[in-house]
Write a protein that binds this ligand. Structure first.
Ligand code: NAP
Length: 314
């Protein structure tokens, strides 16, 4: 038997939770579906310093506070993976392994997942030496040697965090310039200039080959200018080279840009009536908790407007 809702929100990160808060307060029946844990990507951030109202807060703690608010409002939340989405009709159908839901409206807030290095056997070593979350797995490498790939905020924050845990942090980035903001670059530069420094830099290098039997034993790095190969032997590798939008399941149902991000208008409405999107899954220039929260608030508000108009037959 299909369970009916006014609005189904897919994803329980800051965008999805904000959409739920606005829609529930607008008086419609809301369900959030989440395949992992509440909080989304912020659960992977150790230190958030740019969310107004908190000069410093742990990402997981911020996510938990949002989730408490959502639950207190009486929003239904189910932890399961959405396996099929049928969005084009007036009634939207959302299939999960055990249940099928129908709704008048949907907010897509599935966010983005870690981009992979793209080298052979990467999957084989996930959890066996390769991790995409320093905050989650960093503690396993106390007094050991780790490598961090990437030059954005995530990577530089990982370097900084891992310097407080590991004996040595090998930092690999494909360019000598960083995408991270000035504050993170300043902290990073201080760590690099310490004497002795825990950070060993390989700038202008990419991962070329992974070695190991059951666990990762070493990594070949390739200099992108000279093609020189250098072998490093970290105990663990942390990959922080950006994210890719979780839009595979949309199967050409809503319009995406050339990189797979969902295209929305100023009300976070996609090209499909009743289907909204919010947060990192959408095409935009600034992907932050604050912007996800803003998107979610708009999407939740316009999704509930849409549902109410449908109910009175407008
Ligand atoms: P990002 O800003 O997109 O940076 C990705 C990094 O990985 C760049 O250095 C990029 O190099 C490199 N890269 C991309 N593809 C690669 C590949 N195939 N091989 C090797 N290197 C590759 O990603 P992010 O650091 O995950 O951040 C994502 C978003 O979250 C950003 O908007 C960021 O500001 C935000 N964020 C904010 C905070 C905070 O404010 N505290 C913390 C974490 C993340 P190029 O520069 O050469 O492209």
């Amino acid at each position: 038997m299909e369970k009916q809702y006014d609005l189904v929100i897919i994803g329980c990160g800051p965008a999805g939770m904000s959409a739920a808060i606005y829609a529930k307060r607008a008086g419609i029946k809301v369900l959030i579906l989440e395949k992992l844990v509440p909080g989304g990507q912020i659960s992977l951030t150790s230190n958030v310093e740019n969310f107004p109202g908190f000069s410093q807060i742990d990402g997981m703690q911020l996510g938990n506070l949002m989730f408490e608010q959502v639950k207190k409002l009486g929003v239904d939340v189910k932890f399961c993976e959405v396996t099929k989405l049928e969005l084009l009709g007036k009634t939207k159908k959302i299939t999960t392994p055990k249940e099928i839901f129908t709704s008048k409206s949907v907010v897509l807030a599935m966010g983005a997942s870690p981009r992979q290095l793209g080298v052979l056997d990467e999957q084989k070593f996930v959890g066996r030496g390769i991790s995409y979350c320093a905050v989650c797995d960093g503690a396993l490498y106390k007094n050991k040697t780790v490598a961090v790939f990437g030059g954005g905020n995530s990577a530089l924050e990982d370097v900084s965090y891992l310097c407080s845990v590991a004996k040595q942090v090998i930092h690999v980035n494909r360019r000598s310039e960083f995408r991270a903001d000035n504050q993170n670059v300043e902290i990073y530069n201080k760590l690099v200039s310490q004497k002795p420094s825990k950070v060993k830099q390989y700038l202008g290098f990419v991962a070329e080959k992974l070695y190991g039997d059951k666990v990762l034993e070493s990594v070949d790095l390739r200099n992108i200018t000279t093609n020189e190969i250098i072998n490093i032997k970290p105990d663990g590798v942390f990959v922080a080279i950006g994210r890719v939008p979780q839009t595979q399941i949309l199967e050409n149902q809503v319009n995406l840009d050339e990189n797979g991000y969902v295209l929305v208008d100023e009300n976070m409405q996609t090209n499909v009536k009743g289907v909204f999107a919010a947060g990192d899954i959408t095409k935009k220039t600034l992907r932050q908790i604050t912007t996800a929260v803003g998107d979610g608030s708009v999407a939740g508000t316009y999704a509930s407007d849409y549902v109410k108009k449908l109910k009175v037959g407008k």
